[in-house]
Design a protein around this ligand. Structure first.
Ligand SMILES: [Zn+2]
Length: 277
């Protein structure tokens, strides 16, 4: 789950949950919590949900009495709404019930984090306090992006995936973001020209918004259990090794970039920046 999926989820959750009280929380594996289960239940129960938003790959659920629930889906989750007296899925690890009887269950694929942090201590929460800005914040302008890149070392892909720089992009969306901008993932940041930087910013915003408009990735579920509409047909080159590049006659290649894999068109994304500019 990357920024588009969590944006979709947070909007749908807001519509169902803001203004309601939490009446019950069940957690099968308390390892995902930052305090003992009983303490967590006591702390969270009876609080009203005031707002839900996402920052990067985290959901921030603001509760009354200055509390915040922080949720990170790890490698992925099914976080599914249930109506009052609605049917629950067969398997789930977390169940949260609201005062109107509605709520949601979470089935975790690998691991997740569900932390309670008082608002005044959010700055001490190690996993979220260093998060960079979300690229879809209204005031995250091209100038902000340019300033972030200025003077940075290393390759552009690692920079874009580092949640401390920009929060919310993972190894799925980065593929087409770089392809649209004609930038090889291994390009050094200081070799990226002003024109390319502009193209990269535009591509980042377009790819993320396009996916949000389609409901997120086709293999992830939204709050109502529906799959998103952003799948193989929407990808330009991501997960398409051996297929034709949509811009030229090149063949998409899968390459290793550090610990991640990348999909590139060797013609459109030259590693030698003098050729690609
Ligand atoms: Zn190409």
């Amino acid at each position: 789950m990357e920024l588009p999926e969590l944006t979709v989820l947070s909007r749908q959750m807001s519509a169902e949950m803001v203004g309601k009280l939490i009446s019950e929380v069940e957690v099968a594996n308390p390892k995902c919590l930052n305090m003992p289960l009983e303490e967590f239940q006591k702390t969270v129960k009876g609080r009203r949900i005031q707002a839900i938003e996402c920052r990067g790959k985290w959901l921030f659920v603001r509760l009354d009495s200055d509390g915040t629930l922080l949720f990170n889906p790890g490698m992925g989750v099914d976080m599914i709404y249930f109506a009052p007296r609605g049917i629950l899925p067969d398997k789930y690890h977390v169940r949260l019930v609201l005062d109107n009887g509605a709520g949601f269950t979470i089935r975790v694929w690998w691991f997740c984090y569900l932390h309670f942090v008082p608002l005044t201590r959010l700055g001490e929460h190690k996993l979220t306090s260093g998060l960079g800005r979300s690229p879809l914040e209204k005031d995250f302008t091209f100038d902000c992006f340019k300033k972030l890149l200025a003077g940075k070392r290393g390759n552009i892909k690692s920079f874009m995936l580092d949640q401390k720089n920009i929060a919310g992009i993972g190894n799925v969306y980065i593929q087409d973001i770089l392809f649209n901008a004609g930038i090889h993932p291994k390009r050094q940041i200081n070799s990226v020209t002003p024109t390319e930087t502009k193209a990269l910013f535009k591509s980042m915003i377009n790819v993320l918004n396009h996916s949000i408009n389609l409901g997120g990735l086709a293999y992830e579920k939204d709050f109502y259990g529906n799959k998103g509409g952003y799948g193989h047909e929407q990808f330009k080159i991501a997960y398409k090794s051996g297929e034709h590049c949509p811009k030229c006659d090149g063949i998409v290649q899968k390459i290793k970039t550090g610990s991640t894999s990348s999909y590139i068109c060797p013609n459109c994304q030259s590693l030698d920046f003098r050729k690609s500019t």
